[in-house]
Design a binder for this molecule. Structure first.
Ligand SMILES: Cc1cc2nc3c(=O)[nH]c(=O)nc-3n(C[C@H](O)[C@H](O)[C@H](O)COP(=O)(O)OP(=O)(O)OC[C@H]3O[C@@H](n4cnc5c(N)ncnc54)[C@H](O)[C@@H]3O)c2cc1C
Length: 411
């Protein structure tokens, strides 16, 4: 029997754990995953966790499709149904938005995903608190939903462990050992050395600073993503679908009887990756720390769409860190500079939805198998010819990444 390849994964967020699940269950790899804090407690725990299938490319849609299949499998296997499959409405009020919905509906057909066209009265029936114009229409994905990202991360970990993976929390990787363009292993903060045939960098927004120490410039930056949650509202209930409204750069979903909503700012806050503390929950962006300026920018549109906000109390505000790339697509795959090093990060606000797809893709790439999606679209090498070159330590480059979030229209 061929010896298993030993794969070291740095980072126990949703991506590292999803990769561990797929790799270890392939039977062809022995996974060692190191997480310096709690599993799934980094930026994963901050996500609104919309698992929307409508995506800007077919490969991206296929990745989310894979996540939904794996999520169902894990729920059944561990007898823990936790995803809220209340559906999702993509709402259009302008001609170019309706054209986008047509493209989504073709994409869904190719993947055999059920969708329905709704007119404004259907939308109103499903979301009585939403004020839309009579010419609005929507593409409805009845099987879309959201899932607690922390729980999903734990299920990936349980599955990987059950198959024999070593998933070790509270254990930081302090240094990689590099010899002749190959990472031969990692040094742990405890002083131990772990040998590796392949190394996967899945350290979330910390990946850029970690890679920089080895002259690897990952084309990504830590950009603010944020959302608010109201107090309980009589018109809101957990069975209502999520709503994505590109014209308002806003999304809504129920959080039990409260309403969660997020907006995309015209100028997103961005940070220096070296400034991120280990405890991401203690981090605040330098500007607009409590989100009031962003809320002010969108308030007029939000009230017009959702009049209940006038009386609602904003019970929670979450300002988190998303890793954005200049084109808003993740960085996935082999690194050019080190033949046995792989990266999985830069998910640009979609890491929970992509997690199953990323786990499968990275597992296939590491094992040298044909991949289930065309991977070039996500290759870290696609920014090699960028001018000026991608440099996560340059403020100008980071603004480039922040603009990718401002212009985003899918979930
Ligand atoms: C407000 C907000 C809303 C979001 N909403 C959505 C959404 O609706 N849908 C969606 O799909 N995505 C959403 N996201 C994005 C999603 O949260 C991320 O894409 C995803 O969680 C990234 O996972 P990760 O594993 O790359 O990073 P993380 O979860 O941050 O994991 C990285 C881990 O690496 C560890 N680490 C770092 N350095 C080391 C080291 N040297 N040694 C050991 N461990 C190390 C860290 O401790 C951390 O736990 C949202 C994000 C935010 C902030």
């Amino acid at each position: 029997m061929a010896e298993k390849q030993q794969v070291v994964i740095i980072g126990g967020g949703i991506l590292g754990l999803a990769i561990a699940h797929y790799l270890q269950n392939s039977g062809e790899a022995q996974v060692w995953l190191f997480e310096r804090g709690e599993l799934g407690a980094g930026t994963t725990s901050q996500a609104a966790a919309l698992l929307t299938r409508a995506r800007s490319s077919d490969s991206a849609a296929l990745m989310v499709h894979e996540t939904h299949s794996t999520l169902r499998m894990l729920e059944q296997r561990f007898n823990l149904p936790f995803a809220q499959r209340s559906g999702c409405l993509h709402i259009a009020s302008q001609a170019h938005e309706r054209e986008q919905l047509l493209r989504y509906s073709q994409q869904a057909q190719q993947l055999d995903v059920g969708t329905q066209w709704l007119d404004s009265s259907d939308i109103q029936r499903l979301l009585p608190w939403l004020a839309i114009t009579a010419d609005s229409s929507a593409l409805y994905y009845p099987d879309d939903g959201h899932a607690d990202p922390y729980t999903l991360a734990q299920l990936y970990a349980r599955s990987a462990r059950a198959a024999g993976a070593q998933i070790i929390a509270h254990c930081a990787v302090s240094r990689l050992e590099s010899q002749g363009g190959v990472f031969t292993g990692v040094h742990l903060a405890s002083g131990e050395f772990i040998r590796a045939d392949s190394v996967v960098l899945a350290a979330g927004p910390w990946s850029a600073a970690l890679a920089y120490d080895y002259d690897i410039a990952l084309a990504m930056a830590p950009v603010r993503s944020h959302y608010w949650i109201t107090n309980n509202q009589p018109q809101v209930d957990a069975r209502q679908p999520m709503a994505i409204i590109p014209s308002a750069k806003a999304y809504f979903r129920s959080e039990q009887s409260a309403l969660l909503f997020g907006v995309r700012d015209s100028q997103c806050c961005v940070a220096d990756p070296r400034a991120l503390p280990h405890d991401i929950h203690s981090f605040h962006f330098a500007e607009d720390a409590n989100g009031w300026l962003a809320l002010e920018e969108h308030w007029h549109n939000l009230l017009a769409l959702c009049p209940l906000l006038e009386q609602a109390q904003l019970a929670h505000y979450l300002s988190g860190v998303s890793s954005y790339t200049p084109d808003g697509k993740p960085l996935l795959g082999r690194l050019e500079q080190h033949s046995n090093a792989f990266v999985a990060t830069g998910c640009s606000g979609a890491g929970i939805a992509f997690s199953g797809g990323i786990g499968r893709l990275l597992s296939e790439q590491i094992l040298g198998k044909p991949t289930f999606v065309a991977a070039e679209e996500f290759s870290p090498a696609r920014f090699a010819t960028l001018q000026p070159p991608a440099d996560p330590m340059s403020a100008e480059f980071r603004q480039h990444c922040a603009r990718a979030r401002s212009g985003k229209s899918t979930g």
